[in-house]
Design a protein around this ligand. Sequence first.
Ligand SMILES: Cc1cc2nc3c(=O)[nH]c(=O)nc-3n(C[C@H](O)[C@H](O)[C@H](O)COP(=O)(O)O)c2cc1C
Length: 392
Amino acid sequence: MKTLFDLRKNSDPKTYIEINQLYGGDLLIFEFQNQEITPCTGCWNCWLKTPGTCVLKDRMSESYGAFVNSDTVIVLLDTAQGFINHRGKAFIDRTIPHFHPYIKLVDGESRHLSRYDRLPEMVFYFEREGLTEEEEERIEDYLYRTAYQFQTTGYRIKDLRHPTLKVLNRRPAKRGAQSFGAVKKMDKLVIYNGSPRRSGSNTALILQEVSRRLENSVEIRDLKHREEWGNWQEKFSKEEHILLMLPLYVHSMPSHVMDFIEGLKPSRGSITFFIQSGFPESSQSYYLEAYFEQLAKRLERTYLGTVIKGGMEGLKARPPQSRQKMIEPLATIIEELINHGHILKDSCIQLGKPVQLSLLGKAFLKTGIINYYWDQQLKANNALERKNHRPY
Ligand SMILES: Cc1cc2nc3c(=O)[nH]c(=O)nc-3n(C[C@H](O)[C@H](O)[C@H](O)COP(=O)(O)O)c2cc1C
């Protein structure tokens, strides 16, 4: 079975005929047009309470059966601000129920096991209009990375009128094209919290410490408050220093963060990014870092850099002392940013370790402690016996 997801606002059914011909068969088509995809909230119910099933009920969850039972999935995407737009990102984030929390190691990086024997090949199309060459490359790299995460092959269709398939080959993330900039000591830093979690957010825990230490020099805004977005997007143009702190979601930003970014306009001032992620190795965040460099350029703001910290998933479960020990260097790097007007390179390199998993890290994963951590939670939810459930 081949399934086409047209996530574009202005879908164009004529193009389906061409794609149908490419595959010589009947395509199952899901057109979204004005229908939004509810953003993943990071609740982990699909892993820990109802294995394989998302609690959100919308068109996306209705299409899960078609997704996992297809041998090929074709996704037509809109772009915004030089990246796939928030709807495309929500589509990718919401595929997380098709994976297990359990981890294997591939080429020095952690990867979740697939819940199903195999996931479909992924074919992507996005409109090139309005993109710079660098942005187009970074989108392509990100889509490659998504297919890699799905443990399947990724393709791109460049021209919908004459569709042919281009294999998305492995390419290292194009980060480092922009070096970290510097400004004067900051009077005030506006920090956006990009975690969609309603409770138990690691970002929120880090920002609590930042707020405690830097009370008068920071203003923290939680992007879950959508009702404030218009006001904040307007203020963005006038505010001098901005930091966007967010959890990594499928190698990129959570979809609501992309939605917020779409409403930002070029303006003077600085911008810094802080990504924290579940897997220990910072290389997981490199494709997003590569995009953030381009975003700073598009927004015409001084890019002060991207801080990356992995291994944060279990933060809230740690005993208070160990939690505080983990949070302190993260708050310190923000304090340094405010006091010096730039990210201290050494602190950033330190936080980014390990870039990939060393032999020691590999040995740790082999002990099965991480899988035990997930199993304990499944057990507490009376869901352990359903851990291998395949609802579709
Ligand atoms: C949908 C989803 C996708 C995720 N994707 C990744 C990923 O690609 N790599 C990674 O290391 N962690 C990933 N994580 C883990 C989060 O980045 C990590 O748990 C983070 O600490 C959550 O922060 P928060 O509690 O502030 O939301 C993902 C989590 C969710 C819910």
